[in-house]
Design a protein around this ligand. Sequence first.
Ligand code: NAP
Length: 216
Amino acid sequence: MHVLIAGANGQIGQHLLKAMADSKHEARALIRDAEQGAKLQSLGATETVVGDLEQDCSEAMRGCDAVVFTAGSGPHTGPDKTIDVDQNGAIRLIDTAWKMGIRHFIMVSSMRAEEPENGPEKLRHYLHAKHKADEHLRASGLSYTIVRPGKLTNEPGTGKVSVGEKLEFGEIPREDVARALLAVINEGPTGCDGFDLISGDSPVAEAVSMFVRPAS
Ligand SMILES: NC(=O)c1ccc[n+]([C@@H]2O[C@H](COP(=O)([O-])OP(=O)(O)OC[C@H]3O[C@@H](n4cnc5c(N)ncnc54)[C@H](OP(=O)(O)O)[C@@H]3O)[C@@H](O)[C@H]2O)c1
């Protein structure tokens, strides 16, 4: 499959490119700055394309079979950028995928985005933005999987995770999130809505495969 990675220069994005380098898939890295391209190609991107999620990215998506959204405005910008990127950037990309005939969308959301009002107060704005993007994806008509990791760490991945509809809050290394994303890509379009994801005892591919169901 040809997969567009939105947020490819991010921390999960770079782990995903490395994981995809040894896979049968082609990774197209969506970047904001052309100078990021050489590094990402050395990690495993098959190609790079410059685009901004706050604008139209349809040309960047042409010819892709699937999209992974792992972008985010990050902790160093204000709440307006959370709306612009995490919410509206994701929604724009979902709509563009539909328009371009790309039918498989994998969203990196967040644990607790299902019930933002129950999250910690300082994260509620972010969780609401993620929630709105997830709900838009559910209503889009696309085949999708919403991956909801717990608190991300930069520990080396263990390759062992826990996957479930609603798990007790926990942590997970970014490297293991990337492995789970590759496992979802490998499953192809599925009938699975999505899952919480934290560190656990099950090998990633096995845990993901047991949870997702092929689309009917
Ligand atoms: N932090 C947590 O504990 C946590 C928990 C659960 C889920 N998540 C989610 O995990 C995902 C990825 O996390 P991460 O740590 O890998 O994030 P990260 O390192 O901050 O990477 C985010 C990427 O998004 C890109 N980006 C930002 N605005 C953009 C725009 N307008 N157009 C195109 N690209 C844009 C950035 O590009 P540049 O490189 O050009 O800046 C960056 O590469 C996010 O969706 C986040 O919400 C985080």
